[in-house]
Design a binder for this molecule. Sequence first.
Ligand code: HEC
Length: 133
Amino acid sequence: MGLSTKAVARGVPALLLALAALAPGAAAFAQPAAAPAASTASTVTGGGVTLHSVSTNFPDSDRLFPGPAADAINNNCLACHSAGMVLTQPRLSRADWQAEVEKMRSFYKAPVDATDVPAIVDYLVGLSSTKQP
Ligand code: HEC
């Protein structure tokens, strides 16, 4: 909770990179600890572990909500998570979608204008109608 899955997903490759940096240095555990390098260094060694700075660009989702009536949802619902977060949900009733949009507004402070809510809910109900019950 709190963090979007995107932020969590970004953490995973970073963790894997850190582990990959450690793997070839297994022998380093036998060496005495060196003094930590300056914070500007691209490599930091301490406690028998060497960490290398890496730079990487994580992919951003450029997936939009499809269809002709998707303007309201594309304008309001992509700031915090991907369209996939919504598109992969199971089929829901109108009342459930209404509650879902209200949850985004009230709990997660999604800045969605009240006048946009009906178009968003209509879109989501239409989306559900294309799914198996
Ligand atoms: C201010 C940020 C924000 C905006 C804008 C936002 N959401 Fe969310 N949304 C979240 C968070 C946070 C979660 C929960 C993520 C988690 O649990 O990992 C979430 C989860 C969801 C889920 C998954 C089911 C659930 O309840 O956890 C759906 C569906 C969803 N949002 C729909 C929408 C729709 C539709 C809109 C546009 C009206 C929207 N969101 C806009 C923050 C936002």
